[in-house]
Design a protein around this ligand. Structure first.
Ligand code: FMN
Length: 447
């Protein structure tokens, strides 16, 4: 499956964000000193004082709107779409850029695959719009210039609470698939979860990521394959296996099917008929005998399967796709180590139920005994803060980083993370939280 063509403009210093503190501080200092150096009121002595003030409080000079006004003017392409990752103002600007990349590759079906929810995409959209049901309670007169965005999960520290969700078949959007994503996330020290059915293997992704990613498991209906997948991931050092439990019923990905109508390619060139062919293209199944596998998702899994898996997973076992307090409590009884509140980005069922709307139910269900993560519809740093305030330990993004990947490769993923990190830092400061443990339910209120 060929990767999409994309714009390849490299990141410039204009793209440096608050999370690149040392680099950005240097640029902010340089810009401010240049500004003051032009002032007739300044002597060499006072210039030295300003420089020392900036050194003492480097973050004071960050994220001011006039920094942007002093930079070079950035324009869009004639179609109104960004032409470089550095130019994106928010993650939404990557969406049309990714669509353009897909269509320039004559791959509308790949675009449809990424965007699709199920049925009328109501749940996909609700995941995002439901964040507007919560407002942020800001606090004043707290010095929050220096903030620590890190979170600790299973003894690991991540620099940011934003993690990258497992997305299958990233090879449709980048030739190196998960490996490219791993390089970008490693740079910013975010954690990522690799899908069983990515085009890159967990072994290669873990190498590129520097420290091992979590491995998301579609178990298949052959236990020997399940075991082999777990062994491969754990052998590559992955500290957590994430069992996705929300794809048991089949699905109507209508948006994909609609875009497929526009696709002139012969899709069977890659998507050869038969399950064996479909998975044997995927790197994580290399050298595993998949001849007895008939299904990847709808395997009729029950809690007994979770017990069986628990007995072979040596590291942490996480369930992805939990949406109720009842299932959260059941997971505790079965020795699960963590949960991800998720409806597969609205790609599992058309429930209309947004993940953020059920987060407290799940968090209260486990009563603080295991970490609860969440994904679905997160597009702003403010939404990351809302999710943490409502009890999430970390917050996943799916489509936004793939928009970045499809349009600008590694630089696109990097910029998506940078934007979200910067937005998150800004809102942390405004609520007066200097670290993530200070983000509590007190930080949000119903709209
Ligand atoms: C194209 C695509 C493929 C996905 N593949 C998987 C997968 O293989 N395994 C899985 O557990 N979730 C998968 N998901 C769901 C994501 O892990 C995540 O739950 C979802 O994308 C979060 O919502 P968001 O896209 O609105 O951020 C996929 C999502 C998309 C968009």
């Amino acid at each position: 499956m060929p990767g999409l063509m994309r714009n390849t403009t490299m990141l410039t210093t204009d793209a440096i964000g608050a999370s690149d503190v040392p680099h950005r501080t240097m640029i902010a200092r340089r810009q401010l000193l240049r500004f003051f150096a032009g002032s007739p009121l300044l002597t060499a002595g006072s210039l030295g004082t300003i420089a020392s003030l900036l050194t003492a409080n480097p973050q004071q000079a960050l994220a001011q709107s006039y920094d942007v006004l002093r930079g070079s003017r950035r324009t869009l392409g004639s179609d109104g779409i960004i032409t470089s990752a550095a130019d994106a103002l928010d993650v939404f600007e990557f969406e049309p850029a990714a669509k353009k990349a897909a269509f320039s590759q004559e791959a509308p079906a790949h675009w449809g695959y990424l965007q699709s929810g199920v049925d009328g995409d109501v749940t996909r959209d609700a995941n995002h719009t439901a964040y507007a049901k919560y407002n942020i309670r800001v606090r004043r007169l707290i010095d929050a210039r220096k903030v620590d965005t890190s979170v600790k999960i299973f003894g690991e520290t991540w620099a940011s609470p934003i993690f990258l969700c497992p997305v299958s078949s990233l090879g449709a959007y980048d030739p190196e698939a998960g490996v490219t994503v791993a390089r970008a996330t490693a740079k910013r020290d975010h954690q990522m979860i690799l899908s069983t059915v990515d085009n890159a293997s967990i072994v290669d992704v873990n190498k590129a990521h520097g420290r091992p990613a979590w491995f998301m498991l579609y178990p298949t209906d052959d236990w020997n394959v399940t075991k082999a997948l777990v062994q491969r991931a754990e052998g590559a050092g992955s500290p957590a296996v994430v069992l996705t439990v929300d794809r048991q019923g089949g699905r109507n990905t209508e948006t994909l099917f609609r875009e497929r109508r526009l696709d002139q390619r012969d899709c069977t060139g890659c998507h050869t008929p038969g399950f064996t062919n479909e998975v044997s293209r995927k790197a994580n199944f290399a050298d595993i005998d998949v001849s007895k596998v008939t299904n990847l998702y709808g395997t009729g899994m029950t809690w007994e399967f979770v017990d069986r898996l628990r007995s072979i997973v040596k590291g942490k076992l996480v369930l992805k796709g939990i949406m109720t307090g009842e299932d959260a409590k059941e997971a505790l009884r079965h020795g699960v180590d963590g949960l991800i509140v998720s409806n597969h980005g609205g790609r599992a069922e058309e429930s209309g139920q947004a993940t953020i709307g059920v987060l407290t139910e799940v968090v209260d269900g486990v009563g603080g005994r295991i970490p609860v993560l969440i994904d679905g519809g997160v597009r702003r740093g403010t939404e990351v803060l809302k999710a943490l305030a409502l009890g999430a330990t970390a917050v996943g993004i799916g489509r936004p980083y793939v928009w970045g990947l499809a349009s600008f490769g590694e630089a696109g993923v990097d910029r998506v993370l940078q934007i979200l990190d910067d937005e998150f830092i800004t809102i942390m400061r405004q609520v007066g939280a200097v670290n993530t443990s200070q983000i509590t339910r007190n930080c949000v209120t119903s709209a």
